[in-house]
Design a binder for this molecule. Structure first.
Ligand SMILES: NC(=O)c1ccc[n+]([C@@H]2O[C@H](COP(=O)([O-])OP(=O)(O)OC[C@H]3O[C@@H](n4cnc5c(N)ncnc54)[C@H](OP(=O)(O)O)[C@@H]3O)[C@@H](O)[C@H]2O)c1
Length: 325
């Protein structure tokens, strides 16, 4: 059954190929097409030395390398630099606005219905864009401006998201960090269904129930922190043995990072690798000339520890906290 699901997921993902793009697209439940690899621009798990200008350069390198999807958020504080990287690539005729896909997110302190469209307009102004391709509620949790808990129901927030879509300011709308019960409640009480749930997915946090639920309900999963505990500040603490990943990578002449990203793709997940390093940016989109066997996908899933990289336990007592603890 697992083998069948992964093959079906892959075929579904690779079915829609936008002629002008090097990256295959998936069709969202509202009919729009979304490229199946996105450059991450959030820097929370990144090197301390990454600057905002590194983000501008990374976005440009990515578009030059063939990425057509950039993931940002109001909370990252880098929408301006993302917009500059895009503008530079458009000015150099590398891309057009029409053939790229930009995702941004609504922060937790703008959850009242009447705050949503103005917050999106501010994001668009920072990005230098007239519309966003995908607008996500970053978390189901709401906060006051000082970060203390608020109690705005995400169903109210979603009404503002629907307005953003109706106004044409967001082509597609979705959510991030929602758990299954929250998705069910949202779907049962809304006019428009979310097209995406952006959640953490990696070999060390495999998210089978969430991915299964989303597939059954026509919601695409975008996977953040795809490298899990294999990279970054916490990797040493986890002391993970990469031997299996490296053996698989050697078999295909790829890096362990490419194997991880391909693993997500074959599980039907859109990976969002963050890099500001030009070599790794190029490497992280070079994923379409090899395929893992179903056994290799299953083997990589055995790295699962159910430990999140992004775990904001400081919000655990806030209303609508989505995680177990
Ligand atoms: N919705 C949410 O709540 C949420 C939460 C977290 C993240 N995100 C999104 O997801 C993106 C990615 O998540 P993340 O930044 O937490 O984690 P990640 O992409 O798994 O890891 C980023 C780290 O991996 C390194 N790296 C990149 N490519 C590599 C490769 N091929 N081999 C080895 N190391 C590599 C990067 O360093 P270099 O830059 O030096 O290459 C960086 O230190 C974010 O940028 C953001 O857009 C969303």
């Amino acid at each position: 059954m697992a083998a069948l699901v992964s093959t079906v997921a892959l075929l579904a993902l690779l079915y829609m190929v936008a002629a002008e793009s090097q990256v295959p697209c998936v069709q969202l439940n509202d009919g729009n097409l979304m490229p199946i690899v996105a450059l991450g621009t959030g820097r929370s798990t990144a090197k301390e030395s990454d600057t905002l200008d590194d983000v501008r350069k990374a976005v440009f390198y990515a578009l030059e390398a063939g990425y057509r999807h950039i993931d940002t958020a109001a909370a990252y504080g880098d929408e301006e630099q993302v917009g500059q990287g895009i503008a530079e690539a458009i000015a150099k005729n590398i891309v057009t606005r029409d053939n790229i896909f930009v995702t941004t997110k609504l922060w937790n302190d703008k959850h009242r219905r009447e705050q949503v469209v103005p917050a999106l307009r501010e994001s668009l102004s920072r990005l230098g864009l007239d519309y966003i391709d995908l607008f996500l509620i970053h978390f189901p949790i709401s906060m006051k401006e000082d970060g203390s808990p608020d109690y705005v129901d995400y169903l109210e927030t979603w009404q503002g998201m629907e307005e953003a879509k109706t106004l044409g300011l967001a082509r597609s709308i979705g959510v991030s960090n929602f758990n299954i019960e929250q998705l069910q409640r949202l779907m049962a009480n809304s006019k428009l269904q979310p097209v995406v749930n952006e959640v953490e997915v990696s070999p060390t946090f495999t998210q089978e129930p969430m991915i299964g639920f989303c597939m059954e309900n026509g919601i695409v999963v975008m996977g953040f922190s795809p490298f899990g505990y294999f990279v970054g500040r916490d990797s040493a603490k986890q002391n993970l043995d990469k031997t299996v990943l490296i053996q698989i990578a050697d078999k295909y002449g790829k890096s362990f990072g490419q194997v991880i990203l391909r693993y997500l793709l074959q599980r039907g997940v859109i990976p969002i690798p963050k890099s500001t390093n030009q070599k790794r940016i190029i490497e992280n989109i070079d994923l379409f000339d090899f395929a893992l066997t179903d056994e290799e996908v299953a083997t990589i899933s055995r790295y699962n520890t159910n430990n999140r990289v992004i775990h904001p336990v400081e919000w655990k007592d806030y209303p609508f906290y989505p995680y177990e603890n």
